[in-house]
Design a protein around this ligand. Structure first.
Ligand code: ADP
Length: 481
């Protein structure tokens, strides 16, 4: 990379960043990608300072205070900062943004004032950028930071370009029309080529309409969302902006997800010492009260939502009586799923469910499992399958979105290839998940083949190396425009 590119100053804007606040993959990407870009660009991160973030632990200190106007109302905003693993991180604190228990709301409903909360966040970010007057590029992520694209576009004094990444099109940030006035956004944006969406305001549309470039998190999802089945009503709008839209597969940060260094594990291992992985399974089964350690262990880790195929999972759990396997589930989400899960677990000694969010337990599960279940009905990229392959755990995935781009069917296994393999199925075929679990049980008997494929997967590169190069080229092309 040339010196010019190295000097380019980038601000990565996200509503969640690991390790400060995480509800899912967005947080992993929002630290992993900037970190991967930091050799080539002068990149910092900015996010909301939620009340749940431990300022002391992360040595987060206040830098300055300023006021932001949303419509006619004045909000006091404070800017905080810290450095994490060499990356400069900024935080926006303001009462409405920071005084809630969760990031966005409950699994059932988003907070009622999310329009104000994230409208304020975007306004404060853009005010910060304008004041610094040194940023070349703002990389925006999902609807919570999408309005920055509109605010940058309408202020001629800001020269920064904007890149908008769609991590999940099904969350768009849709609010009543009155939000326009509340945020002081001009009525001129209330039309179908800008923020208007069936009489409402759609924050995601701001990013799509006004950013200089758009990416999503896998090439296959980029194709899927320009068609009605996965387009969530925005397929036509995305088609209109297709000339600035590409799909780039997410990676994982190997300093956070690596079985050879992971502090959460009972026993570290790598591809060469693969057999040591079994120590983790032994300890995990004991800890979770799963009795027969000779049986294969299947795990599911994720949000309990329709998207993640939780209905298929619950259906399969209910039919497993005769099968010889252990299943451990970690997650939280919709109350009805919690209830159904409790009901199926009560019937079986071989199922263990932990409700909640637990980073350390999730790492233990990736390391302990024989198989990872990921029966998603749609999946923009998915990180679990990348993590599981890095930990030598075979993924069982539906063939959608980024899962299709990252997990190749095991029938096509060829050790000379550099991509990962797993068991794949079509989610809409009846009993597809249960049939694939049966295939996994057969494969489990062929220990030599299973081990060979898992070791092959561990040798594949699921880091940001490759996708980082594509992002770097895109960043450079945007700042040089
Ligand atoms: P999402 O759609 O939720 O963003 P991804 O597959 O992109 O799904 O990323 C999920 C990330 O969140 C992974 O790092 C996964 O391990 C983690 N995760 C999901 N649910 C939990 C949980 N209940 N406890 C701990 N980690 C979780």
């Amino acid at each position: 990379m040339s010196k010019v590119k190295k000097q380019a100053k980038v601000l990565f804007v996200s509503s969640e960043v690991y390790p400060f606040a995480k509800s899912g993959g967005l947080a992993d990407v929002s630290f992993g990608l900037p970190k991967a870009m930091s050799d080539l660009f002068d990149i910092s991160i900015i996010m909301p300072l939620y009340g749940s973030i431990d300022k002391k632990r992360f040595k987060i200190r206040q830098v300055e205070q300023f006021d932001i106007y949303l419509g006619k109302k004045k909000y006091a905003v404070e800017l905080f900062t810290t450095s994490h693993e060499g990356i400069k991180c900024y935080f926006i604190e303001s009462n409405i943004l920071s005084n809630k228990k969760n990031l966005y709301g409950t699994p059932q409903n988003g907070y009622k004032d999310n329009d104000l909360r994230f409208g304020l966040f975007c306004k404060a970010v853009v005010a910060f950028v304008k004041q610094k007057n040194s940023y070349d590029l703002l990389h925006l992520n999902d609807w919570q930071s999408a309005l920055c694209a509109t605010f940058v576009k309408e202020d001629e004094a800001i020269r920064a370009k904007t890149l908008f990444t769609i991590h999940n099109l099904s969350y768009q940030g849709i609010f009543e029309k009155s939000t326009l006035e509340k945020l002081g956004i001009s009525e001129n944006y209330f039309h179908m080529d800008a923020l208007e969406f069936h009489g409402n305001i759609n924050f995601m549309k701001a990013g799509i309409a006004h950013a200089d470039a758009i990416t999503t998190v896998s090439p296959n999802y980029a194709n899927e969302i320009i068609a009605p089945e996965f387009g969530c009503g925005l397929e036509g709008f995305l088609q209109k902006h297709q000339n600035k839209f590409t799909g780039i597969l997410n990676g994982i940060d190997l300093s956070h997800f690596s079985p050879s260094t992971d502090k959460a594990l009972v026993q570290n291992y790598d591809a060469k010492s693969y057999d040591k992985k079994a120590e983790n399974k032994k300890a995990f089964l004991k800890e979770r009260g799963l009795e027969n350690s000779a049986l294969p262990l299947f795990v599911f880790i994720g949000r309990f939502t329709w998207q993640k195929g939780v209905d298929l999972l619950i259906d399969a759990l209910g039919q497993l009586d005769d099968l010889k396997l252990n299943i451990a589930v970690l997650g939280e989400g919709e109350a009805s799923y919690h209830k159904q899960m409790k009901a199926v677990t009560a019937k079986s000694k071989n199922i263990n469910i932990e409700f909640g969010y637990d980073e350390s337990l999730s790492h233990k599960m990736y390391a302990s499992a024989d198989f990872l279940l990921m029966p998603s009905l749609f999946e923009p990229c998915g990180l679990n399958q990348l993590i599981s392959m890095s930990y030598g755990t075979l993924p069982i995935v539906s063939s959608v979105g980024g899962l299709k781009d990252s997990v190749y069917p095991i029938d096509e296994y060829d050790s000379a290839l550099t991509h990962g393999f797993g068991l794949t199925f079509e989610a809409n075929e009846p009993n597809a998940l249960i049939k694939t679990i049966q295939s996994a049980l057969e494969l489990y008997e062929d220990k030599k083949r299973l081990k060979e494929i898992n070791i092959h997967n561990m040798g594949c590169d699921f880091s940001w190396n490759e996708s980082g190069k594509i992002y770097a080229a895109l960043y450079s092309s945007l700042v040089e425009r």
